[in-house]
Design a protein around this ligand. Sequence first.
Ligand code: SF4
Ligand code: SF4
Length: 111
Amino acid sequence: MEKVIACCGLDCATCDARIATLADDNELRARTAEKWSVQFNAGITTEMINCTGCREAGVKFGHCSQCEIRKCAGSKGYQTCGECEKLENCPTVQMVHQYVPDALGNLQSLN
Ligand code: SF4
Ligand code: SF4
């Protein structure tokens, strides 16, 4: 599967919200809402599961539309944090990389 790299380096191609949105799959939306509600200790509903990907045109999942990493990269005119000289020392993007080290590798592979 071709990767769809978000600003932070996550691969949106593997994200269930994006897969459910592109397929308009309400069962996957419901399962994803249930899973993320537990995982992130938040009240996420089936209706909230709509996203075409961080850097793709179209609807964004609520958290991703307000993501500080996405806002920061955008404000600097970057496509992703992979263009930023602070990449390996940035506490903002490390909030993702500490849990998903592959995201850092995805950004490094873009250069
Ligand atoms: S931007 Fe959308 S597709 Fe990418 S990780 Fe966030 S919710 Fe998933
Ligand atoms: S400062 Fe951090 S969050 Fe902002 S673009 Fe650079 S690496 Fe990304």
